[in-house]
Design a protein around this ligand. Sequence first.
Ligand code: GDP
Length: 214
Amino acid sequence: MPVKQAEFFVSNSDPALCPKPDRPEYAFIGRSNVGKSSLINMLTGRSSLAKISGKPGKTQLINHFIIDNEWYLVDLPGYGYAQVSKTDREKFAALIDGYLTSRPNLLCIFVLVDARIAPQKLDLDFMANLGERGLPFVIAFTKTEKLGPVKLQAIIDTYRAKLLETWEEMPPFFITSAITAAGREDILAFIRPLNEEYKNNNKVKPDRWNITKS
Ligand code: GDP
């Protein structure tokens, strides 16, 4: 079932000012230019809900969107800008960190990675960090229409091998493309039952996708 209603709710530079955690929420994050805005627009069926970045690093805010009056989609600042000063990078990292550790309603983080690029230390470190803090995440491969099935499978296998060095299982992952809308139904079909579960229990097990090797 497609998204019926998607609206911008609020932008914040301070995690403490984010909306009351009164709905389940899902955060989207990745390095700059990974295709995050395009994926958010594709998922919600709105062509310009999230801005498609001309200039990486321009928007460094936590953006909440309200979807079907039921859940929050959160657009987090991209990480790993080469062009940004160390002080600014640290500031963004603290902002992301402050957000991630202060949302009891954050059910899952979508870590976006460009399917055309081999696993990068920055992304793997970010995932490891989420694991250490017991924050559930999944991976969304972006721009996958650029790859044929063999190359796509090869990159997934490379990620799997890398992740299994530190994880017992590969976290759930999604094959997406903002061009073909691949992954839209899968992601929405993943989110909806979690929303239901949240409504019924008002919580989900935070360690569900955090099977780190002991
Ligand atoms: P963000 O910085 O992560 O928000 O990335 P954007 O959504 O602004 O996209 C960065 C660039 O990648 C833009 O030039 C997009 O047109 C392009 N892009 C995003 N998603 C896709 C996709 O699924 N396929 C292709 N081929 N290009 C994409």
